[in-house]
Design a binder for this molecule. Structure first.
Ligand code: PLP
Length: 367
């Protein structure tokens, strides 16, 4: 059996989630829009999942909309800002996920949206003074879209601080929380954000299901047309098993968040410490011992690409992921590692952990 250290890419579905889904693959197959006896309970189950998500965020169920994934949630929010809310400026960063970066390119080309990139430092931390300067100089309605934590290097942002800055400058705030939701407590009343995006497969739910939070007073229109599902916000028969699985995965994450965090943080710390003991010249990409994901350790190994570290780990039954800094004109490399100025002559490997990993597995990796 492979040792799986690639949980920032996707996580295994929890057995409890699988068990919660199974009845909806067997007898309970009705269409949630049907008003008859086979449809009604399905609708009830969907609304129960919505309540679970809403309560996890201290939001209202009417503010939660299920989508096919985090990508769709991020795209829909930004499209709504430009098309429906009169936003002219997007402020984002160069280290966002491509579902933000490629979509803001599209918005800029299609709608003439002004896009501003707030710089990050060599650990991937947003430079807050620069954000303040950008916001002070902008004219017209603005949305700030910044990821809560970076999926490659784990660096988190201070959303409380950014939320204050947005309030001061009358800007909307969207956060891609795909790597943090269900891993960290999030309360949208205490930390006022306008929008967020999340995805179930990053916290032991199924793939192909996510959601967006849209603060109650914002009215945006759908990206997908042709039905009144999701209160006219997303047409198409619901991914029932996905929604049920997402709801169960949220329940589990909320119940066990502190315990899981302690365990996973311990593994990350153990790996970092042991690597430092074994390799004189080990480095870590990102703010690994600062404000960072406890699930991600991005290690910068003192060896070159031709030593094929990831490939050799794979041969040894260890799944992790790479991404390199740009080392030649033909090698585009990771946009995140390039943006933080990571050394292209070293080999980066991202190890990302879940509650199912063990210290024994880390020992196998170290050996
Ligand atoms: N945003 C971040 C930070 C991610 O890590 C990912 C997935 O890796 C996404 C967005 C896209 O999510 P999904 O796979 O659900 O489309």
């Amino acid at each position: 059996m492979a040792i799986y250290f690639d949980n920032a890419a996707t996580t295994p579905v929890a057995p409890e989630v699988r068990d919660a889904i199974l009845p909806f693959l067997n007898g309970e197959f009705g269409n949630p829009s049907a008003t008859h006896a086979l449809g009604r309970p399905i609708k009830v189950a969907i609304e129960k999942a919505r309540k679970v998500v809403a309560s996890s965020l201290n939001a209202s169920p009417s503010e939660i909309f299920f989508t096919s994934c985090g990508t769709e949630a991020n795209n829909t929010v930004l499209m709504g800002c430009i098309r429906d809310l009169g936003v002219q400026n997007i402020v984002t960063s160069p280290i966002e996920h491509h579902c933000i970066l490629h979509f803001v390119d599209f918005l800029s080309k299609s709608f003439g949206t002004n896009v501003h990139y707030v710089p990050v430092d060599n650990k991937g931390r947003v430079i807050y003074d620069e954000l303040s300067t950008i916001l002070s100089n902008l004219e017209g309605k603005t949305v700030v879209s910044l990821m809560h934590a970076n999926n490659e290097i784990g660096t988190k942002i201070d959303l409380d601080k950014i939320s204050e800055m947005c309030k001061e400058h009358n800007a909307l705030l969207h956060s891609d929380m795909v790597q943090t939701y269900a891993h960290f407590p999030i309360d949208v009343q205490k930390m006022p954000i306008d929008f967020m995006a999340s995805s179930a497969h990053k916290f032991h739910g199924p793939k192909g299901i996510g959601f967006m939070y849209i603060r109650g007073d914002h009215k945006i229109s759908p990206m997908i047309f042709g039905g009144s599902q999701e209160r006219n916000m997303r047409a198409g028969t619901e991914n029932v098993t996905g929604i049920i699985g997402l709801g169960k995965a949220v329940e589990l994450a909320m119940e066990n968040m502190e315990k899981d965090r302690e365990h996973i943080e311990g593994l990350k710390h153990y790996l970092a410490t042991e690597l430092q003991k074994r390799f004189k010249d080990i480095q870590f990409n990102g703010d690994y011992d600062g404000d960072s994901l406890y699930t991600v350790l991005n290690v910068s190994f003192p060896c070159s690409a031709d030593q094929m570290l990831l490939f050799n780990l794979d041969i040894s039954g260890i799944c992790a992921s790479g991404g390199s800094a740009c080392s030649s004109g033909t090698n585009i490399g990771s946009h995140v590692l390039n943006a933080i100025g990571s050394d292209p002559n070293r080999t980066p490997v991202r190890f990302s952990f879940s509650k199912y990993n063990t210290k024994d597995e880390v020992d196998v990796l170290l050996a």
